[in-house]
Design a protein around this ligand. Structure first.
Ligand code: ZN
Length: 145
């Protein structure tokens, strides 16, 4: 069933768009697998109002970007970063983690991936890119004020 969630997001990715209106853009690569992502984020009044990503790579990296967008878009930034931290903890659990389904929803599908160190980077790519972009967006807003 977890496999199906991943395949479904791979085939029908959420947020695979180029945002025209955004606060920050980052480009992250995972050289071990060859995954790439360019991610743009828009933050309005402390809320993640839009996420758009483009990239290429393995099914895990692409599906993870889709799941991440579905989960984090529309969330208050604080909450989005909480979910990101929870996903990071799960991915670093080496297959021992107990996923918090209330927080992670479809992202629990990646819990099995945490057993495979080489794949963990694939699953985390989009999430790390989001965090980077979101923090840059916030830093910019502070400068403008
Ligand atoms: Zn990969």
């Amino acid at each position: 069933m977890y496999q199906e969630i991943i395949l479904d997001h791979y085939r029908h990715p959420i947020g695979r768009i180029t945002l025209e209106d955004f606060d920050s853009e980052v480009h992250h690569v995972n050289p071990t697998c060859g995954d790439e992502i360019t991610l743009r984020v828009k933050i309005d009044d402390g809320v993640v109002s839009a996420i758009g990503h483009q990239g290429q790579g393995c099914s895990i990296s692409q599906a993870s970007a889709s799941v991440m967008t579905e989960l984090l878009e529309g969330q208050p930034l604080q909450r989005a970063l909480e979910i990101e931290a929870e996903f990071l903890t799960l991915m670093q659990s080496k297959g021992e983690g107990k996923p918090n389904e209330d927080l992670l929803e479809d992202a629990v599908a990646f819990s099995g991936v945490s057993k495979y160190p080489a794949r963990v980077k694939c699953a985390l790519l989009a999430w790390m890119a989001f965090k980077d972009a979101a923090l840059q967006a916030v830093a910019q807003t502070v400068e403008e004020q």
